[in-house]
Design a binder for this molecule. Structure first.
Ligand code: GDP
Ligand code: MG
Length: 834
């Protein structure tokens, strides 16, 4: 209806053909279904002005600005949008604000009021819901400057005034239709859990698009309070919004907030109480005016719906009617059991076709257009633009960071800096922790009586858990950098930079974010694949996530690299991570060719403005991960260390192949030797004895059993056992090595760090007796093996949950297979040269 009296002779072009820097006004959006719906929700609707910002690396995708917000589209998608020049458009009728129809509602409620108010946070991705949630409830959920961090409802309780609030943080959505799992989730949460008050978090720096969701909430006729978040950014732009007036017009109280600083939150929850108690003067239910024809259709459907008492009682018939006109399947299903179903279906089909014929556009688009018209009108009265300083800044930064040529090397550079810092900054606190643990071991060694307890504490617990805990600083540093990238908005750009490459694998740039998250921990990464719109994308991404080296693998690398690659630490670490990425690409290509048929769903990547990361967010991130790590220490890793230690300690009675005692007394009796020689030789014999005992322990027997399988990789049985125990969590590889290599050392070497023990470890028996167990080659092969094999129990469980058992088992088998082959090649080929 916006440009309905367009003269037929106006010449339009495709958006894709507009050169950089030019503008166009949208006259028509072609294409179907999901794409069309999505794109209109993003603001690509009739009458909107679009500006072409720039071409992305390798020319596709193209970046646009719409409603002051930047998004990127594929060339093929932009080809589906018809535009005309702004000057041509000026001569035509612009979107008109048709006002609102009030419907004062009698605010009577017979319900008894409890003292608990349930509140649900809904809003676009990135508007600050999680930040608000955290601040209000004192919780530490992850926040991030890109879509898809929140994938489930998070709940928390807190008190304010005489009420207790039960708030849930829902996934971010642009709309509550049925386009993606999140949208459905939010919609179901609202209609099934029926929160007392819905808080619509709105990004004040991007009102036009954020308010789209608000219009849907208005249709739903529920209690809503708007948190006008990022109010600081509005102030910074020196834009003016008469939010009180806006609230009055929409019948929804609006409270400005700055969630990241906690500003306005008390006022927000006070307002929620007022709305809940039904004494807020502003609250009323308005009807968005959809224009004469659509309103007529709504009335016709509504009339029929009202005949069904049950339906009338349970739902807002206006909302249902609008949804039916949008051809919303979910609503149709909802009515299935009802008497009126058949008639309703007929009527809504008839009305939809009538509208489509009349306006020559899909009814859904017509409704979206009308909603934008409503928003445009409401803002026109209340909003005054400031000089758009911040956005221009973002644009300048983007010119460099997503540059055609430089974008990629800059990205690699950032990652490299991250790894370098992980080592250099991390090495100091690591040394302190190391000496602290060595000191503790010595102390216990001196004061405890010999026996099983002393062994358990020193060799089992300090050797195992202590061996892993020293890597805490490294992990914190890694997370610090990842969270900087997330919070600043750079992470969202990486999807843009990587889109072309990801596309080659049959994936979207969007898949890149779960993959990057995988560097932190594969488990949330697997869950984050839910943000992808189609199942085969989700599966494919899930299958390659395990190659993204998670932080649990870091201790293994740090240990081995600092022991065997002293002069190239950062570079080797970078190489290992790269191997993972390259493998992911290769496997992605292979799977795309073999397992998944090509089917592409177009999508829109948005580019949120850059934001200065706050210290609070970053520390929350670090603490979150740090505490998870410590938690793992106290549970899984402690348990595994004790288990391994016990399996190595028992049985105590062993049939030795030689009489070590006799050998020792022979040495003592030999007068040809100096006193010093005697001591070393006796110790040597003692060592061999301890070694044989360990080999005859339970763990030794198991290790011997599996040794043939790993011998071709250059691993000894202790490495083999460490790998097996590492399936529970990869840090356990380190703690197991700590326990296993500990035992065969002299007492006075107890203070040595594990790194030094590995460097000196020698084969005590077998064909390689006297040779060192580890060489740089073996260490490298081991790192690659640990990188690739069996992700870990938690990841397998996550894949099972997101996909099914078969995919989980498949992942276990294929990763371990590739790991073996890779380590085999490294060792065998490497041995030819070294
Ligand atoms: P969600 O996707 O809606 O859960 O958004 P998040 O809570 O993850 O926040 C996205 C980003 O916006 C984070 O980097 C926050 O630090 C930042 N942020 C949140 N609230 C505000 C605010 O009021 N002002 C500013 N300037 N930044 C904010
Ligand atoms: Mg969130």
């Amino acid at each position: 209806m916006i440009l309905q009296d367009t003269e037929p002779e106006v010449k339009s072009t495709r958006l894709a053909d507009l050169p950089t820097g030019s503008r166009g006004v949208i006259v028509h959006v072609l294409g179907q279904g999901a794409f069309r719906k999505r794109i209109s929700e993003m603001g690509f609707v009739k009458g909107q002005l679009v500006k072409v910002i720039k071409n992305a690396p390798m020319k596709d995708p193209v970046e646009y600005e719409i409603m002051g917000y930047k998004v990127s589209l594929r060339r093929s998608e932009a080809d589906l949008i018809e535009v005309i020049s702004p000057s041509t458009a000026k001569n035509m009728v612009a979107a008109k604000y048709e006002g609102t129809i009030d419907e004062h509602r009698q605010k009577l409620s017979g319900e008894k009021k409890g003292k608990i108010i349930s509140v649900a946070l809904v809003g676009n991705p990135n508007c600050g819901k999680t930040t608000l949630f955290n601040y209000a409830s004192g919780s530490t959920e992850r926040v991030g400057n890109y879509a898809g961090v929140t994938i489930d409802a998070k709940e928390a309780k807190f008190k304010q005034g005489s009420y207790e609030f039960l708030i849930s943080d829902l996934p971010g959505t642009y709309s509550i239709t049925e386009y993606s799992p999140e949208e459905l989730f939010v919609r179901n949460h609202i209609s099934e859990k029926r929160p007392d008050v819905v808080v619509n978090v709105v990004d004040a720096s991007n009102l036009e698009r954020n308010l789209f969701l608000t219009t849907q909430l208005i249709d739903m006729n529920i209690k809503v309070v708007i948190a006008l978040n990022m109010f600081d950014e509005l102030e910074q732009k020196s834009a003016k919004l008469d939010f009180e007036h806006l609230g009055e017009m929409m019948g929804i109280p609006i409270v400005p907030t700055v969630a990241s600083k906690g500003r306005g939150l008390k006022a927000l929850f006070d307002r929620i109480i007022m709305v809940y108690e039904e004494r807020d003067p502003i609250v009323r239910h308005i009807h968005i005016n959809y224009g004469e024809e659509i309103e007529k259709s709504i009335r016709n459907i509504q009339h029929e719906l009202k005949k069904d008492v049950q339906v009338k009682h349970d739902y807002s018939t206006r909302f249902l009617s609008i949804k039916l006109l949008e051809e919303d399947k979910h609503t149709l299903n909802l009515l299935k059991g009802h008497l009126v179903f058949e008639t309703i279906k007929q009527i809504s089909d008839r009305e939809t076709s009538r509208l489509e014929l009349l306006f020559n556009d899909q009814s859904e688009t017509l409704i979206a257009d009308a909603k934008y018209g409503f928003i445009a009108g409401a803002l026109k009265e209340t909003y005054r633009n400031g000089p758009q300083a911040r956005r221009d800044q973002s644009r300048e930064i983007d010119k460099v960071l997503t540059h055609k040529v430089w974008g990629f090397p800059i990205f690699i550079f950032f990652i490299w800096v991250t790894f370098q810092a992980t080592f250099t900054l991390g090495s100091y606190p690591m040394e302190w922790l190391n000496s602290g643990i060595g000191w503790l071991g010595n102390l216990l060694g001196t004061y405890l009586q010999d026996g099983a307890l002393k062994d358990l504490l020193i060799d089992g617990i300090i050797g195992g858990v202590g061996g892993v805990i020293v890597f805490l600083p490294n992990i914190l540093i890694l997370f610090f950098f990842i969270s900087l990238m997330e919070d600043s908005g750079y992470m969202a750009r990486t999807a843009f930079i990587m889109d072309k490459l990801m596309h080659k694998m049959g994936l979207h740039g969007k898949s890149f974010i779960p993959l990057i998250m995988g560097f932190g921990c594969n488990v949330p990464a697997v869950m984050a694949t839910r943000t992808l719109d189609n199942r085969s994308d989700r599966l494919l991404t899930m299958l390659i996530i395990p190659f993204m080296s998670c932080s649990a693998r870091l201790p293994v690398y740090v240990l081995l690299i600092s022991a065997f690659f002293v002069s190239y630490q950062g570079a080797v670490l970078f190489l290992i991570y790269s191997i993972g990425i390259i493998l992911a690409v290769l496997m992605g290509l292979l799977f795309k060719k073999t397992l998944f048929a090509k089917k592409e769903v177009p999508f829109v990547m948005e580019l949120p403005p850059y934001r200065m990361p706050t210290f609070r967010n970053t520390t929350i991130h670090m603490w979150h991960k740090g505490s998870q790590y410590l938690n793992k220490m106290g549970t899984v890793i402690l348990f595994a260390s004790i288990l391994i230690w016990a399996m190595g300690y028992y049985p105590r009675k062993v049939e030795f192949s030689k009489d070590y005692g006799k050998m020792q007394s022979e040495v003592q009796a030999n007068n040809m030797l100096t006193q010093e020689d005697k001591t070393t030789q006796t110790e040597q014999i003692q060592l061999s004895k301890e070694d044989e005992r360990q080999e005859k322990s339970y763990i030794g027997m198991t290790g011997r059993f599996i040794e043939p399988m790993i011998r071709p990789l250059g691993f000894d049985w202790k490495i083999g056992m460490s790998i097996i125990t590492g399936m529970a969590a990869k840090e356990i590889v380190v703690s197991s090595m700590g326990v296993l290599y500990q035992a065969s050392m002299n007492a006075d070497e107890n203070s040595q760090s594990l790194k030094e023990k590995l460097q000196e470890q020698k084969y005590s028996r077998g064909p390689k007796v006297g040779q060192k167990v580890f060489s740089p080659l073996v260490a490298f092969g081991l790192m690659v093996f640990v990188l690739i094999y069996f992700p870990c129990v938690a990841v397998v469980a996550a894949i099972k949950k997101e996909a099914n058992w078969r995919w989980a088992i498949f992942t276990m088998v294929y990763t371990t297979g590739i790991a073996w082959i890779a380590a085999f090649c490294i060792f065998q080929i490497g041995s030819l040269f070294i």
